[in-house]
Design a protein around this ligand. Structure first.
Ligand code: FAD
Length: 302
């Protein structure tokens, strides 16, 4: 069966697009998702309209799937590894061995926050340890905050956030070199610098960080944390295989209005695009791409 649209990636952007497309009540839409997104990791979003007390990515996704299914959208758990387009039809191959075909394709595959598998870290993500200074800089106001990171990426995160709190420590876990002029800037801002690997993150309860334990046994107390290890992989491989224009930073170039890429009938939404990597932006992208995919399908079906 050839679908009208396949959405690869059932995170925030993909689900919002599925809801938008479902409400036209006339397209065969399939969402294929591998279940490993940033929205699977974030235990609480704090800056989304309507959720002043926060909402977890898991809950948002669960509600999104229910919402989209109510409009007849289909879902499959698979990871797409190959994509090509021939005579106007996109063909995708999943790790399961299954093949899927569609007239339009939306990639909403996002990116991954690179970080080491530190015991205790996962449970704190989005609750008391964050990744995005624009989303959660507010949460560390006047709190003892640890930046866990690597080299210049971590040092820059510490500098960006330093106006939020007078008590900040940067732990360069991977001990990657930090240029001396940046180290001096950390010193000027009274940010303590520790060049040592972390053994584990100590959690108090309910995802609240209480300390970071270093390999040396030293305990560094904390009320909040950020991670910044840099080199986050952007999942633009499928867009690349299809010949779409990719920016130097590996995000996919798309039209600002429609979110269509340089390949006809190939759209992107969410963190895969070049923008501020936030949940509300991903939702906006999902709506925009859904609207323009509907227009394209109408033209095809005329
Ligand atoms: C810890 C943490 C805290 C955050 N806090 C905030 C916050 O407070 N506020 C805020 O606005 N934003 C926050 N963010 C960012 C926010 O989560 C992202 O901007 C948002 O998830 C982007 O949505 P997306 O749909 O583009 O990607 P994702 O939600 O990452 O979804 C992408 C989906 O695509 C799937 N996928 C990828 N490749 C394939 C493939 N080849 N085949 C099939 N499926 C595939 C993945 O499994 C995943 O389910 C946070 C992120 C993290 C990690």
């Amino acid at each position: 069966m050839i679908h009208d649209c396949i959405i690869v990636g059932g995170g925030i952007a993909g689900l919002q697009a599925a809801i938008q497309l479902g409400r036209y009540s006339e397209h065969k839409v399939l969402v294929i998702d591998s279940g490993e997104g940033r929205s699977n990791l974030c235990r609480s979003y704090h800056n989304i309209l309507g959720f002043p007390d926060g909402i977890s990515g898991e809950e948002l996704r669960k509600r999104g799937v229910q919402h989209a299914k109510a409009y007849g959208i289909s879902f499959i758990h698979d990871r797409i590894s190959r994509a090509h387009k021939k005579e106007g039809v996109f063909t995708l191959t999943g790790d399961s061995g299954a093949m899927y075909e569609s007239r339009t394709l939306l990639l909403a595959t996002g990116l991954t926050d690179r970080h080491p598998e530190l015991p205790g870290l996962k449970n704190t993500l989005g609750i008391s340890v964050y990744v995005c200074p624009d989303c959660d800089g507010y949460e560390i106001k006047n709190k003892k905050t640890i930046i866990m990171g690597s080299g210049t990426a971590g040092a820059n995160m510490a500098r960006i956030l330093s106006s939020r709190t007078p008590e900040m420590v940067y732990i360069n876990h991977e001990q990657t070199e930090v240029p001396s002029e940046i180290l001096q800037k950390l010193k000027d801002k009274k940010i303590e610098y520790i060049n040592e690997p972390i053994e584990k993150v100590q959690e108090q309860e309910d995802g609240m960080i209480s300390a970071v334990i270093l390999n040396s046994g030293r305990v560094v107390e904390a009320e909040r944390g950020f991670i910044a290890f840099g080199n986050n992989p952007v999942h633009s491989e499928l867009a690349e295989q299809l010949g779409a224009e990719i920016a130097d930073n590996k995000h996919v170039v798309a039209d600002a209005r429609s979110r269509m890429t340089s390949v006809e009938n190939l759209w992107i939404a969410g963190d895969l695009g070049i923008h501020s990597e936030q949940a509300a932006v991903a939702m906006g992208d999902g709506v925009l791409s859904g609207i323009w995919i509907n227009k394209a399908l109408h033209k095809m079906k005329k």
